[in-house]
Write a protein that binds this ligand. Sequence first.
Ligand code: NAI
Length: 418
Amino acid sequence: MLDLPLDRFCDFLAEQGIRRFWLVWDGEVRASHPALEPLARFLREDRRDFDRHEGIFGQLAPETGVLQAAFVHRTCRGQGAGGVRFWRYANVEDFLRDGLRLAKGMTLKNALAGLWWGGGKGVMAQGTGTSADRRRIYEEYGDFITSIQGCYVTAEDVGTSVEDMAAVFSRTRFTTCIPPALGGSGNPSVPTARGVVRGMEAALAHLGLGTLAGKTVAVQGLGHVGEPLVGFLREKGVARIVGSDIDPGRQALPGVEVRIVERGDSSILFEKADIVAPCATGGVLGPATIPRIQAPVVCGAANNQLEDPERDDVLLQERGILYLPDFLVNRMGIVNCADEQYGFVEPDPRVEAHLGNGWENSVYNLSLSVLEKARRTGRTPARVALDLAEQRSRELHPVWGHRGAEIIRSLVRNGWAA
Ligand code: NAI
């Protein structure tokens, strides 16, 4: 079943009469339907990406037939929060692994940022169902999110736009990143880019390499985050910016040497630069790329940059490359939208605190303290950040406790997938 392409998996679900399904952890992994036992077994036996995720919920969207899912990792600090990705996956395993890793990444990121949110992620599979009516796909996703009763609160992510979030919002209150015209905070990518710049500054300061002025930065991916990122880098006086993208439409960016590359071409990471910033897709740092990286610092926005988190941070360290983990520096997107129901202040002191030097938990200060601890202990910055995030992610929400887990139990008890 894990090798099945997703359109065939959808056919399988339809043949079995399965409209909705869940896989939950309640001391062991359980599946909603006996026919999905191979998926439960996969999770039980997996040592890499499954981390006792509290619940995975999926559906075949009733009208469009798109495979839609919500992965809820840990909700001690609050509802699982993270964006919904609309992406093409090779098979069921690929789909599950991406959801599992991304949801856990959100737990870590939200906890490090000090937000009272747990970790979750939405995933929708391109190439399943019919994509004729995009708005309808997102409305159906909104209905789906309503049905899981708030254990997961969705947001924008790769493949999804703020306009799509308006369609989601038309069907559920459990979303953020909605357009400003509807009272939301809109596209989170600009604050994300600002946060990544602060991470870069911390890395340079830690290494005694001064400021960004006069440096060379190589950016992989000139999309929603990459484009404002190069603008901020220019403001900081960066001397040379080299960027790559697979989309020829990204060719013209003032002040950037843009290379249009084939999908899967990561040669930009091997540029002779002071900093390499992966801002496209995950899994780009591994044995095939790390030995060829020349820059002393890797710091970018892309989620899950390490191909294997158990191995690749060490490979980077062994090569003397300082790697700032994504979940430490790309928090500003979720910070921007997580608390939008509390209203807006312009400029927002809560947002600025994350970006400044005055708060010990700002991106800059937390990055510095993680790097210092890593130096002291000989551990990688990723491990140090991970330990801190794990510890914080188990703190209970001061008002609501572990309510996400209660919601999941009630969904299971009340026959959500029946
Ligand atoms: P995006 O989809 O707008 O931009 C990604 C860009 O990378 C696109 O222009 C795409 O054509 C390009 N690309 C894809 N593969 C490539 C390759 N092999 N080489 C060069 N370019 C390639 O996505 P966005 O929003 O800019 O996000 C970028 C990364 O940052 C993603 O991994 C996302 O999960 C992560 N992220 C984004 C946040 C946000 O606020 N948008 C927040 C936190 C993380």
